[in-house]
Design a binder for this molecule. Structure first.
Ligand code: ADP
Ligand SMILES: Cc1cn([C@H]2C[C@H](O)[C@@H](COP(=O)(O)O)O2)c(=O)[nH]c1=O
Ligand code: ZN
Length: 200
């Protein structure tokens, strides 16, 4: 699998396309998004970055990675707002796409059809292992999907899901290492089993 996109033709030829970067928490989605967007800026392309306004974890206005890398962004409430900010833009970046409404895939399609390179990063699954918001539809319509992996904090294998370590059943719960840990399939099953036995 090609993890990092080094295809310079695809980076610069200005053909519209949709790239999706997905994975669990701590898998490097935001780092990879920032890396691709910075390279586009170095290539003198006009870049605009969006994130859902509800994601105020590290900053109101910036997209920030767990390693504190950051890039300026525009927080928005609805996917339709993206179209209002993207005339004369070559590359659109979108972080935390899982929190957006179901209109996001259509907005990305519209931009890509107009010749814009759209790079979307988001959680593929929620803490229950269920595909999250518009992410499955985005993966389906994408020209390229990159799945990145964190390291399982229990065994060191590749993680595939974000295990919630606090008791809260709401789908949306902003958080970090106090609330979530990346686990592989095997360690996730064990964690769920031990939660069941301790709750009875
Ligand atoms: N268990 C882990 N596995 C991999 N990276 C981790 C882990 N815990 C912390 N990190 C850090 O998280 C960084 C990735 O952060 P980020 O790009 O914000 O991830 P994501 O957006 O996927 O949550 C890594 O470069 C690494 O320094
Ligand atoms: C699994 C899961 C996560 N969240 C929240 C927790 C964080 O605030 C973000 C994910 O951020 P990251 O950049 O991917 O680390 O999403 C949630 O609300 N619900 C969940 O099930
Ligand atoms: Zn494991």
């Amino acid at each position: 699998m090609v993890v990092f996109s080094e295809d310079h033709r695809e980076e610069t030829c200005r053909r519209g396309r949709i790239e999706v970067i997905c994975g669990s928490m701590f898998s490097g989605k935001t780092e990879e998004l920032i890396r691709r967007l910075r390279r586009a800026t170095f290539a003198h392309q006009r870049v605009e970055i969006f994130k859902p306004a509800i994601d105020t974890r590290y900053s109101e206005g910036d997209v920030v990675s767990h390693d504190n890398n950051s890039i300026k962004s525009t927080p928005i409430d609805s996917s339709a707002s993206i179209l209002l900010f993207t005339s004369e833009i070559d590359v659109v970046g979108i972080d935390e796409a899982q929190f957006f409404d179901d209109g996001l895939p259509e907005v990305c399609n519209e931009l890509a059809n107009q010749g814009v390179r759209v790079i979307v990063a988001g959680l593929d699954m929620d803490f229950k292992g269920i595909p999250f918001g518009p992410m499955p539809a985005l993966c389906a319509i994408a020209d390229e999907v990159t799945k990145v992996h964190a390291i399982c904090v229990k065994c060191g294998n590749l993680a595939y899901v974000s295990h919630r370590t606090v008791s809260n059943d709401k789908r949306v719960l902003l958080g970090e290492k106090e609330e979530y840990e990346p686990l592989c399939r095997c360690c996730y099953q064990k964690a769920l089993k031990s939660e069941k036995t301790t709750s009875v």
